[in-house]
Write a new protein. Sequence first.
Length: 489
Amino acid sequence: MGTPQNTSENDHHDTRFFGQPWALVHIFGVEMWERFSFYGMQGILLIYLYYSATQGGLGIPETVAGGIVGAYGGAVYLSTILGAWLADRLLGSERVLFFSAIVIVAGHLALALLPGALGVGVGLVLVALGSGGLKANATSVVGTLYSADDTRRDAGFSLFYLGINLGAFLGPILTGLLQSTLGFHYGFGLAAIGMTLGLVQYAFGRRGLPDDARRVPNPLPASRRPLVWGIAAAGVVVITLLVLLGVIRADNLSTIVIIGTLVAAVAYFAVILSSRRIDRTERSRVWAFLPLFVTSVAFWSLYQQQFTVLTVYSDKRLDRNLFGWEMPVSWVQSINPVFIIVLSGVFAVIWTRLGTRQPSTPVKFALGAMVMGAAFLLFLPFAGGGENSTPLLAVVGILLVFTIAELLISPVGLSVTTKLAPAAFHTQMVALFFLSVALGTAISGWLTRFYDPANEVPYFSVLGGIAVVVGLGLLASARPVLRLMKGVS
């Protein structure tokens, strides 16, 4: 298993895991199983919410169900703030990652074992909290495996992203099979088993991670801890009261998450930029991150509709007939991970071979937003068709375009965030990147209210056009953004 090593000892020398540090295999594994459980559960979640009771579902209206899924997805990334704060102030990234995995297991067990709305409420809250803590800190721990000048960094994050998508591919396929043959709760149960495997694997491998992964960058003074716990308890009480009073409801969850995420993002930028713990270069780099943040929001608000609008589209409009057998709706969500598995290695090789000649991060982000907009515009030839009117091959092609856009933004965004992050806010900058995902995901759920199957042209054309315009704007400002990045590219 090996003994913990300092980051400096890992840099450039350890190439045992496909040219990357061996410690990456442990984070690769737990993230793979977490994504198996996450996407396996999410693959059947929306249809569980809006399917009728006779179909095994809860019978919630589709627009409300879509908003719940979007709000839940946004809450996952919003909770990265809590996970990052715990890592930076109390426990360190590695310990938060481990405890978060335990919480995720509990959430999936609640979905599998508790009936109806109770299981959904308890399960989604626990999975959201646990996944948020795991996501921000897994990314941060990967960043500790590389020095700032290690050219393997982007390739390493792409390989890490491959693990994510191995789980994302298998999860919806297997949970969808169980859901369609045995019922929804069997599918949720399989997600719980998958996450348990990830927890066990990580428990054995975590001791081989670098010392830096356990470091607490900005420890909270003991005298302030009672105040923090008091604020946390008060927050739980306030949220509970708002739910009981009907202020927070299923039909406005996505709006609430959008507002909460916007407030959190503005506050985070303000706290980091005004901190006396960062120098002039670090502050400039945080300003450079702002346009990347906005572009990321635009991208994720379209991309995450795989789990809202595209799920409804697949259920009602897509021809899922395969040689006389109708494949489960959730299988559509395994198409994108297949392309990620195939293309992530290709992109890693491209970035590695190009080295210093590869496009800058702002250019990659701009291209990603434009490609994502183009993917939405590709729905237009099939808009307005009848039931089962869209060929499966067409959606496969569109999701290929989704994948290309994703590989230009998501792993690159994770990588550049760790490079732009001030030393005192390392994990919290990663959380700030995930806030852009949270905001985009919540918006994707909120947008379901504008989707009308009888008149799809305005929906796909307007959203696709907005993404293209955002990408063009960043492309035009790439040089000023690079100047602000102060040597990071």
